[in-house]
Design a protein around this ligand. Structure first.
Ligand code: GDP
Length: 456
């Protein structure tokens, strides 16, 4: 148990109206009393929980700041420990001075995330909820924020609990039957277990499927615009961004370096990279851009390949086509406002997704954004209460659990003895437990004795 008293500046280290220094731990109130002098003359220790006190931070007779102090006694606080929050003036220097004073009087500096870690260790929240706190803070768009709030409210926790309960129920039954075959028969049990395991695998698969777009929601889609010079890449980027960020000229190869923009399309973030015209070049400056473009293509989630519909494809186009083969590509046939000369048969092997656009007239952008939404979110644009896996750690543990369940099914099919696959069941249970941060031993014991008490 962590019972020492920690302190940290809870607000940003930047000038602002107010700043908050947070103190938590067994001696939080005593430490605060040592530095705080209330106008009322009353000590915090003698005050009721959830009260606010006006006064001054004073050390050796020197006043450091005028403050409001919030008192939250255990267990009714974020950490479930005694907590004091000092609301001071939001200057970097004054916040530092108060923190240093608090530390001189008995607290120690908190580690990053330590308040939330304590909230978890003290049972106020599970791991998924603790992790969602940081996700909420880091949310860059509506989807990321919504799914984090959903996770904070315990949506993922309750799903994982439900799966674990099913698994532990079966494990407990197997153990009971092995211990007490007179009262618990395993006759025909394999079929029942197979059914349960298959159901669970399906559920986990469903969750894992959300992980792909979970990442997309959180981080945005890494998008690269490619195409030979003069097809309209910069014009398209300008249109999407809605400003004149990239310089558009009609001299081939003017977009020399790589331009990155962040845009929001139907609520999804797109990090778009406009590459220098990809073509063989001796120009050193341009060459750097071309090499970078190739590198970005390798790491992109989505490639927007722009071709000039008013022209025939050239050798350069074929070279680009080879580079983006088997990637997630949308072909954009630009300059749809002009007479079209391009041969469609040349394009269908690059991608099944082909959209006619006019970067000049602004045509086809709605089709493009709808297509991106359907490709990455499988048509879902409203998530509401759906549980979405956005965390790589959760994804990994879900995959581990899936693998263990697969082994259970295999063992059943191979007619292995029960105690053989009950190990894999426990492994699946443990992997799921790792997601929410619960240890296994206590739970197993509780389950066996509460539900399968045999009165022995
Ligand atoms: P990039 O080299 O691929 O970035 O191409 P730019 O965006 O610089 O465009 C090259 C030229 O094509 C410019 O003169 C643009 O005005 C023109 N252009 C771009 N998109 C369109 C379009 O949809 N229709 C027409 N008619 N011209 C376009």
């Amino acid at each position: 148990m962590n019972i020492d008293t920690i302190a940290a500046i809870a607000t940003a280290m930047a000038s602002a109206g107010i700043g908050i220094i947070r103190i938590s731990g067994r001696e939080a109130v005593e430490v605060a009393d040592r530095v705080f002098s209330a106008k009322s003359g009353k000590s915090l220790q003698d005050s009721a929980s959830h009260t606010i006190h006006y006064g001054f931070i004073v050390e050796d007779g020197t006043m450091i700041d005028e403050v409001l102090v919030m008192l939250m006694k255990a267990p009714h606080s974020y950490t479930r420990e005694d907590t004091v929050e000092i609301n001071c003036h939001g200057g970097v220097l004054v916040m530092r001075k108060i923190l240093e004073t608090v530390i001189r009087h008995g607290a120690r500096p908190a580690e990053p995330g330590e308040f939330t870690k304590r909230a978890f260790l003290n049972g106020r929240m599970d791991l998924t909820q603790a992790e969602s706190v940081i996700d909420i803070i880091n949310s860059q768009n509506d989807f990321a924020w919504k799914s984090s709030i959903n996770q904070l409210s315990g949506a993922l926790l309750s799903k994982i609990r439900e799966y674990r309960e099913k698994i532990i129920h079966e494990t407990a039954f197997i153990e009971s039957a092995i211990d007490d075959p007179e009262h618990y028969s395993l006759e025909g049990y394999e079929d029942h277990l197979s059914e349960i395991v298959e159901g669970l695998e399906k559920e986990l698969k469903g969750l894992l499927d959300t992980a792909d777009y979970g990442r997309v929601l959180r981080e945005g889609i890494h998008t690269v615009i490619v195409g030979k010079p003069n097809v309209g890449k910069s014009s398209l980027l300008n249109l999407l961004v809605g400003s004149e960020r990239a310089i558009v000229t009609d001299i081939a190869g003017t977009t020399r370096d790589v331009i990155e923009e962040h845009i929001s399309l139907n609520g999804i973030s797109l990090h778009i990279i406009d590459t220098a015209g990809i073509h063989q070049t001796d120009d050193i400056v341009e060459k750097v851009g071309v090499d970078k473009a190739k590198e970005y293509i390798i790491n992109a989630d989505l490639i927007l390949y722009v071709a000039d519909g008013s022209d025939k494809l050239s050798e350069e186009d074929y070279e680009i086509a080879r580079m983006i083969k088997n990637r997630n590509v949308i072909v954009l046939l630009n300059k749809s406002d002009l007479q079209q000369k391009i041969n469609m048969d040349d394009l269908t092997h690059i991608s099944e997704h082909i959209i006619s656009i006019s970067a000049k007239e602004g045509d086809g952008i709605k089709e493009l954004s709808d297509l991106i939404t359907s490709m990455f979110l499988h048509g879902r644009i409203s998530f509401n209460d759906e549980v979405i896996i956005t965390n790589m750690r959760h994804k990994k543990e879900l995959m581990n659990a899936m693998e263990s369940l697969r082994l259970v099914r295999e063992s059943i099919a191979a007619q292995m003895p029960e105690d053989f696959y009950s190990i894999d069941l426990i492994n699946a249970y443990e992997s799921l437990g790792n997601i929410i941060g619960e240890s296994i031993e206590d739970d197993l014991a509780d389950e066996i004795f509460s539900k399968f008490c045999m009165g022995k």
